[in-house]
Every structure is written in structure tokens, then in C-alpha cells.
Design a protein around this ligand. Sequence first.
Ligand code: UDP
Length: 327
Amino acid sequence: MTKILVTGGAGYIGSHACKVLAREGYTPVVFDNLSTGWEQAAKFGPLERGDLLDRAQIDAAFARHRPAAVMHFAALSQVGESMLVPGWYWRSNILGAANLAEAAVAAGCQRFIFSSTCATYGDQDGVVLDENSLQAPINAYGASKRAIEDLLSNFDASFGLKNVIFRYFNVAGADEEAEVGEFHQPETHLIPLVLDAIDGTRPKLTIYGTDYDTPDGTCIRDYVHVMDLVEAHVLGLKWLESGRDSRAFNLGTGSGFSVREVMDAAGAVTNRAVPFEEGPRRAGDATRLVSGSNRAIDELGWQPRRSTMPQMIGDAWRWHKTGGYGA
Ligand code: UDP
């Protein structure tokens, strides 16, 4: 069976990608240092415990498995944290990606699928964010991802390493079968924190800023179901397998939800109140990030059929009640 090297395959999005790859007949080989991932999540293929900052460990994984493609999920990925320790984000994300791309080329693996982010677009309120929009990140997380996009374009020009870049909007939900899900320690993402507040795991949610220029004063984001998102990656893999050229795709639905709207939806789905307080803005947050593109739908045939707010919260809630990997 065709092997795919999945960096970060023990993490939230990577583990869902492995599940779908296995379902589609591929063997996902997880490459993960387990710094934020979970060994229990790497259950759909072999696990290579290794670090992207150690080139020899990556080379060893390529030599052992001869993967036909790489899906690169492993990264530091928190906007707020990236503004506290920007050097760490630059060093870790960019050097890791450079090592991985070099190792892929050296091993003759010419297909590279990369997790980028809408944070590369920065804060451009009122602008339709499509793949041709200016990329002007306002936080170190987005800046590091944009730099990796540039790196991949250089590797395509120099070595013919073909890439598909996915710029994720806000990823949410969980595997409908609750085999894998979102489980960060510490948790920083909105929906799991709302669910923690609902079930009393945390006393309350803090809303980061209520003075944004939006109808209810809170930030607006475009949420996409993690299973829809990873299905796009399989379509991206098939795109490269069919010899198509490198391409970037937004992955979002085009619908924006404010923080308060997410809280209200979670209250409705769970039929419980969401205890909350209003707090100051978090550094690095853009006002509104909503995709304005159908490219993935039109060109890849992507169908984000699970990406409704009730389904994303419902699936996240079902997973949440399992206790995650801490159970
Ligand atoms: N947010 C919030 N309180 C929290 C965590 C997040 O108000 O405890 C807001 C955050 O400011 C942003 C949105 O929720 O506007 C989504 O944040 P998250 O960290 O989930 O994803 P990001 O947009 O940073 O990738």
C-alpha cells in the first residue's frame, strides 16, 4: 500500500488525516515528537517518534518507509503564544519545514501537502480573502507559515517538489465516531474551552475582546469541520498524483461566526448555559477572518458537508464527553 508520511499525525488534525488516509487505502506513517500529540491518537499506521529539527531522524523515516508523499501538519500553532515567543515559532516551524522538504527531495519524494493558515492574510477587514489576497500576517504564527509557503515555492522551482498548500480557517469538531478528537494541554481554542466551561471543567470562558468593529464586538471566524478539512487533503494528494501543478487552496466555508455566536450555538446544542466573562483583546488576533473562495470546491471537488456550526459543536461535544486522551 502507498505510504504517506504524516508529520504531526499524533495531533488533532493529523490524526484525523490518518484516519481518512487509512480509509482511502493508504498507509499513514506518523512522524511526531509527541510534544503536543498523543501516542493513542497514532492508531492508523506506524508511529515514528522523531523531531523535525533533527534531520537524521527524518532521513531515517524516509529510508525505512519510502513514502510517496508528505503531509506536513507538525507545527507550533497558537496565535497568542506566537506573540510571546516569536523566535521559537520562527525557529521551530521554519527549520522543521526546511529539514523536511530537503529530506523529501533527497529521498526522491516529490509530493508535499502543507498545512498553512488564514493567519497568513493578516487583518484585512472588508477584503474578500481568496488565494490571491495579499499575505500580510500580523502574528508570528502566520508569519512562520507564510515563510514556509515561500520555501515550498523555492523548492518547487529548484527541485520540482510539487506542493499543495491548504490555508485553514478555524478547524473545529471531531471524528463523528469519536475515535480521535481535539485534545490540547493546555487548551487554547475557543470551542473546546466553551465546552469546558459548559461542563464545569473550567469555571468560565473569557471572551478575548468585546470592542472589535463587528456587530456584537467580538472577533469573527470561519469554522470548518476537521473531517471535511482532512478530506480536502486526500483530494490534494490525488491532485498531485495526477500530475497537476503546485496550488494553494483556502479551506473555509465562507460563513463567519462571532465568539458570542459560537457560545450561543454551543449553549443550544448542549442545552446548557455557557458561563463567561468579558476580557481584553488577545495580541495577534485579527478582527474578521472569513474565506471568500470556492477554489477547493470548484477545482478539487471538495464538499464541506459537515461544516455546520451545530454539527461541529455536536461532534466536538460527543468527543469531549469521552474525556479525550486523558480518560
Ligand atoms: N477566543 C476567546 N476566548 C478564548 C479563546 C479564543 O474569545 O478563550 C477567541 C479568539 O480571540 C478568536 C476566536 O476565539 O477570536 C478563535 O480563537 P482560537 O484560539 O480558537 O483560534 P484562532 O483564531 O486563534 O486560530
